[in-house]
Write a protein that binds this ligand. Structure first.
Ligand SMILES: NC(=O)c1ccc[n+]([C@@H]2O[C@H](COP(=O)([O-])OP(=O)(O)OC[C@H]3O[C@@H](n4cnc5c(N)ncnc54)[C@H](OP(=O)(O)O)[C@@H]3O)[C@@H](O)[C@H]2O)c1
Length: 343
């Protein structure tokens, strides 16, 4: 492979912690950026710069893109940690500034943007499975911010830049700190409390996930595939377990039994979960995983646009590897325990 120079933004984040090492391993020259200091896991071969795309110096943003052939734009903010205003600034405004620098540099052959399936929204019924070229109807702050960010990227595409938009669903796997990881923490807490019944709301809610390894391989694949530019790609495992199935896998793994309950707020109250969480920390557990006030937060809400078309991605010859929830959910729980993220 001719030497390609990658810029990975959002490099202190979860997805980049897998993508940047994978690029280095594949022989890319890598420059990575985040706002915080250089992360420990970044391979020594990769250069690192702290640059804030919103409040930072414009010269720093321009210098970041110098000599770069491929941009992997992962920097952004999600609703787990940010207000609507922060999401807008760190997605839309940040991307406007970065892509202006990309356009000015003139060296970039391809820019990949990590968007999200949240752009489709959940209020208006779209065709199922949702194809990428549907008229998106974002319904919440995060989806609206990611949708507006995509418009910035598409405008640069219309101006001649080769852009690729990736739309992953909830990403899970080693290093994930929210969503499925938070559900794993929830079950670990209740096991720690000595419970042997795992209360789950009776209506089953269909879930969707994608493993970080599949997302990283899809990103590398689309970075060089001839038919990728100018297109968007849903990235999802293609398997849709219900909340009951996921709870059942976790319950069995932790030696518990699922008990269906009519109360959406079933299970121990937040104060009790928080107290157990503090006791687990006293026993050496890290606070890496986000403890959500709402128990099983990511499994609660049904999404009428849950199923996503995969024809675009699979049509490029890509193959998903992590599609068995039984294997994947247990592997994540084991990883969390081995890493001291649960006890
Ligand atoms: N994780 C998922 O399940 C998922 C699903 C779908 C789509 N996505 C999208 O994928 C991308 C990466 O996700 P992730 O989970 O890896 O995110 P993450 O762990 O929350 O990391 C976000 C990254 O963006 C950086 N950042 C935020 N605002 C910035 C700014 N103004 N200037 C420069 N850098 C900024 C952060 O820097 P500091 O931390 O150093 O401040 C951090 O490196 C995001 O755009 C997200 O919307 C994620």
């Amino acid at each position: 492979m001719a030497q390609r120079s990658a810029l990975v933004t959002g490099a202190t984040g979860f997805i980049a912690s897998h993508l940047a090492p994978a690029l280095v391993a594949e022989g890319w020259s890598v420059r990575a950026s985040g706002r915080r200091p250089r992360p420990d896991w970044l391979p020594a071969e990769a250069e690192y710069r702290s640059v804030d795309f919103v409040d930072g110096d414009g010269d720093d943003v321009r210098a970041l893109v110098e000599g770069i052939t491929h941009v992997f734009h992962l920097a952004g903010a999600s609703s787990s940690k940010s207000s609507d205003d922060e999401m807008r600034r760190n997605n839309v405004v940040a991307t406007e500034r970065l892509f202006a620098a990309i356009a000015a540099a003139g060296t970039v052959e391809r820019a990949l943007h990590m968007s999200s399936t949240s752009v489709y929204g959940e209020e208006v019924q779209l065709p199922s499975p949702v194809p990428e070229d549907v008229g998106a109807q974002p319904s919440r702050g995060y989806g609206k911010a990611k949708y507006e960010t995509e418009q910035v990227v598409w405008r640069h595409g219309e101006a001649g830049l080769a852009v690729v938009v990736l739309r992953p669903v909830s990403v899970h796997g080693p290093g994930a700190v929210k969503l499925l990881a938070s559900a794993i923490l929830d079950v670990a807490i209740e096991r720690f409390m000595g419970l042997d019944r795992l209360a789950v709301h009776r209506p089953a809610v269909e879930q969707r996930l994608v493993h970080i390894d599949d997302l990283v391989r899809a990103t590398l694949h689309l970075a060089t595939h001839d038919e990728a530019p100018g297109r968007a790609f849903n990235i999802v495992s293609g398997v849709y377990p219900t909340s009951h199935e996921i709870a059942g896998i976790l319950a069995a793994h932790f030696g518990m039994t699922v008990e269906l309950d009519d109360d959406p707020d079933c299970g121990p109250p937040y104060e009790d979960r928080q107290a157990a969480w503090a006791a687990m920390r006293d026993k050496g557990m890290t606070d890496s995983i986000i403890l959500t006030k709402e128990r099983f937060r990511f499994m609660r809400k049904a999404n009428r646009n849950n199923r996503l078309a995969l024809d675009n991605l699979l049509g490029t010859g890509f193959e998903l590897r992590h599609t068995d929830p039984q294997v994947e959910v247990v592997a994540d729980a084991d990883w969390c325990r081995d890493s001291g993220w649960i006890v």
